[in-house]
Write a protein that binds this ligand. Structure first.
Ligand SMILES: Cc1ncc(COP(=O)(O)O)c(C=O)c1O
Length: 390
């Protein structure tokens, strides 16, 4: 039964709010950066308004209730048990990964990622003067899988691996068997595994992701910022059973000043994890319906573009290989010709160059405009290519 209190159809004008997605560039329809155009759950809004009502906004400590909210959520949703002493607070997943790279590896070390993957993984490794080592995912018959032989070989040279589960941009939930094999290989080569699980709650209805088992070489990054659309509060935690690693991380995050909590973050996180389960399951229904809309539209109206099937995230990975156009050029063309901004696949690794990434976390009305623009852009591109050939 749908709760009519939640409104996922309302078109909210985000322009004029210093919004990265809508204010930073001039596009008519931005469908790139990973946040949602939906209003947050009422409970989150109420919690923020309640805190805002107190008129002093000074320095804030991270309350125990925030950690309890994480612990209860992971226990209830995923049967994943955590205790307070195994967790550390951070202002975000990427700031914490950056700190971990600095304190758990040395300059020049190789860090493994599985491409195509969230582009900031490349930057955080390179900006810290470490080297990216790519375990390229195999794309076959419209599906991705891990090249375990290559992983075995590359991990023998790596200090650290950053796993993305569910995987942005392909929307894949790694199976328990795959996670166990990754874990075995990391242990075999004495590699520290950072598991970025920020997209874990955004799954197709009835589907659950598999958390990476906490063991001595594993650090998990968690955050409600994607699931509940509260990235602007900049809040996350890291979890590890390894006290020695966690102490080093805590120390580095302290040096980096990335372990403090802003005045609103705790209210938002606690409300999200303790009062918004129903909202989230309805959100997942809406995202799933949007996925179906895209699939049907592509099949019926634009079969030259193929949807890569996914179990998680609101980020769709569109196979545009039949268009024979580099993804940067394609993305730029759609922006100029249609005002539609989709991410170029090459941003996620060279092996992503046949793809575009489309964010479908928006009301249906916007999604339909996006799809029409995509079709019109592809037709315009084909006409242009045809004209240039003759
Ligand atoms: C896989 C992944 N990790 C981390 C982030 C960013 O996390 P944060 O804003 O907490 O740094 C994103 C945002 O899109 C993401 O997709």
């Amino acid at each position: 039964m749908k709760n009519t209190e939640y409104d996922f159809n309302n078109l909210i004008d985000r322009r004029g709010t210093d919004c990265l997605k809508w204010d930073f560039f001039d596009d008519d329809l931005p469908m790139w950066v990973a946040d949602m155009d939906f209003m947050v759950a009422h409970s989150i809004r109420e919690a923020i308004l309640k805190r805002a009502d107190h008129p002093v906004y000074g320095y804030t400590v991270v309350p125990d209730e925030l950690f309890d909210a994480y612990i209860n959520w992971w226990d209830r949703q995923y049967d994943f048990k955590m205790s307070r002493e195994d967790m550390a607070y951070s202002i975000g997943v990427m700031p914490s990964i950056s700190s971990m790279i600095r304190c758990l590896s040395d300059e020049g070390d190789e860090i493994l990622i599985q491409t195509p993957v969230y582009h900031v993984f490349f930057h955080v490794i390179e900006d810290n003067n470490r080297k990216v080592l790519e375990n390229k995912l195999i794309y076959e018959n419209g599906e991705y899988k891990i090249d375990f032989d290559d992983l075995d070989d590359k991990l023998s040279k790596s200090k650290m691996m950053i796993l993305c589960n569910p995987h942005n941009p392909i929307g894949k939930i790694w199976s328990r068997e795959e996670l166990i094999r990754i874990d075995e290989l990391c242990k075999k080569h004495d590699v520290i595994l950072i598991s970025d699980e920020i997209h874990c709650d955004l799954t197709n209805p009835g589907v659950k992701y598999n958390p990476f088992d906490a063991s001595d070489n594993v650090i998990t990054c968690m955050s409600p910022s994607k699931s509940f659309n509260i990235a602007g509060f900049q809040s996350s935690v890291v979890h590890s059973k390894n006290k020695e690693l966690l102490d080093k991380i805590r120390n580095q995050m302290h040096i980096d000043n990335s372990d403090s909590c802003n005045v609103f973050a705790a209210s938002a996180v606690i409300a999200a994890y303790s009062q918004c389960e129903e909202w989230l399951s309805e959100l997942n229904e809406v995202i799933y319906e949007n996925k179906q809309t895209v699939r049907q539209f592509l099949e019926n109206e634009l079969p030259v573009v193929k949807l890569v099937e996914s179990d998680a995230t609101y980020l769709l990975w569109l196979d545009c290989s039949a268009l024979n156009t580099p993804s940067k050029m394609l993305s730029e063309f759609l922006r100029e010709n249609q005002g539609l901004f989709l991410s170029a696949g090459v941003d996620f690794g060279e092996n992503g160059d046949d793809f575009l990434r489309m964010n479908i976390a928006c009301p249906k009305e916007l999604l339909n405009v996006g799809l029409l623009k995509l079709k019109a852009g592809v037709i315009a591109l084909n006409n242009l290519t045809y004209c240039l050939k003759i």
